[in-house]
Design a protein around this ligand. Sequence first.
Ligand SMILES: [Zn+2]
Length: 107
Amino acid sequence: MTLDLGGREAEVLGRVLERFDQTDGGHWIWNSYVNTGGNPVLMIGKGDGQKGVKTLQVRRIVFEMLNRELQPDELVWRTCREQLCVASAHLKAMTLVEYYDQLRSTK
Ligand SMILES: [Zn+2]
């Protein structure tokens, strides 16, 4: 697990699972916060008595909890056209190099 959730994995996953709406096509449309890049994020307290919150990428949480563990250089990419979709079935892990290779091969 590349996410540091301090043993709160179940709580975090529970919060993710109540913050999207399922639509036709199997999309899970995120209905909560997005970051400046327009990507779904979840904010949780830092835990361990620390003040403040940390911001987590929802797609990384979904992918690592429902699909598989990410390698350190892998990023989670969306495979459908819905900007706010976080469906585990619509996510794919690739390194940046693999991503650009794919872009080139599909042209
Ligand atoms: Zn989707």
